[in-house]
Design a binder for this molecule. Structure first.
Ligand SMILES: [Zn+2]
Length: 323
């Protein structure tokens, strides 16, 4: 059974912030509406609500107290989210209108991880903040929802000591924050395919990647899918050969879409769907629970791309038990 984790509280509505920022801050609600249109009321059978926003106490598992205190101030928040005019907004309004939805989405990722562990496949319609570091937010990423999900599963015994996690990052940007979060964690294995000529350009982070696949600018879908098909099966086989993998985390950034102003790769919509279904298939054939996070995507089509993948998963696997 597939779980779709979503809350209407994910959307950010802050005095037209979407006009100041390439981010479609309402794409989560749009993705949900599109899924309802494609799937119909049956979608509700798969819906898992989010109970609350993540707390600072929980975030201390992955962030320093100094960082959490710092981002209470508009200036630091504006820097992390890369919306300079935000620094002039009142702190209370930013915390309520901007940070709160991100806290809900961060909590949603932990719920998604638990749903994947118990049901086999789960999707959060937000999250995938792969640039957030232990003591710094950047690249629109405030909280490291990915690291928090892994540490929460371990704390609650759902992932055992020494059980492996496979993190597959196919967002157009290199997941530098995840690399820092798991710098000394040898049970998390990182596969990262990214555009090598865009942010973040961080050699130290790249050294942490277990399967490092930099791509050329404007890499087209045929070449992209060839590299993925040649690399991912062997990567997963190498992890499962000696030991089981407890969880797969798929960062499915749609900023690989042709025309995306930040990702600058050139995949078509059908090629993104093919990419996503291939990744899920690789996990499922190996019997590994898998969760998906939508991460980046800066075109008006982003929500449709997310919904297309989730609707196909629901059509293909929706009623079948997940091994
Ligand atoms: Zn990205």
């Amino acid at each position: 059974m597939i779980s779709v984790v979503y809350s209407p509280r994910y959307d950010i509505r802050f005095f037209g912030v979407e006009r100041l920022h390439p981010f479609d801050s309402r794409k989560y609600g749009r993705a949900w509406e599109e899924l309802l249109r494609l799937i119909g009321p049956r979608l509700w059978q798969h819906h898992v609500p989010v109970d609350r926003a993540v707390t600072d106490e929980e975030l201390l598992l992955v962030h320093s107290a100094e960082y959490l205190a710092k981002i209470r101030h508009p200036k630091a928040l504006a820097t992390a989210l890369e919306v300079p005019p935000m620094r002039y907004a009142p702190g209370w309004s930013l915390r309520w209108k901007v940070v709160k939805p991100i806290r809900w989405a961060t909590r949603g990722t932990t719920i998604t991880a638990k749903a994947a562990m118990s049901g086999g496949v789960a999707v959060n319609l937000s999250g995938g903040y792969h640039h957030a570091k232990p003591d710094r937010g950047e690249g629109f990423c405030l909280f490291s929802d990915i690291a928090l999900a892994v540490r929460s599963l371990r704390a609650e015994g759902m992932l055992r000591e020494g059980q492996r996690v496979a993190y597959i990052d196919l967002d157009a940007h290199q997941g530098n924050g995840v690399c820092h979060q798991f710098m000394n964690d040898k049970d998390v294995f990182i596969f990262d395919m990214y555009n090598s000529v865009i942010y973040p350009f961080e050699p130290e982070a790249k050294q942490r990647i277990d399967c490092n696949l930099p791509l050329p600018r404007e890499c087209r879908g045929v070449e992209y899918l060839r590299i993925l098909r040649n690399s991912l099966p062997g990567f997963l086989d190498s992890l499962t050969r000696s030991q089981g993998v407890g969880l797969g985390i798929y960062n499915a950034g749609t900023d690989v879409f042709s025309g995306d102003p930040l990702g600058r790769l050139a995949l078509s919509a059908p090629e993104i769907l093919e990419r996503d279904l291939f990744v899920f298939d690789q996990f499922r054939t190996r019997g590994i629970p898998v969760m998906m996070l939508p991460s980046g995507g800066y075109t008006r089509e982003s929500y449709r791309l997310i919904a297309a993948t989730v609707s196909h998963l629901l059509e293909d696997l929706g009623t079948s038990p997940v091994s």
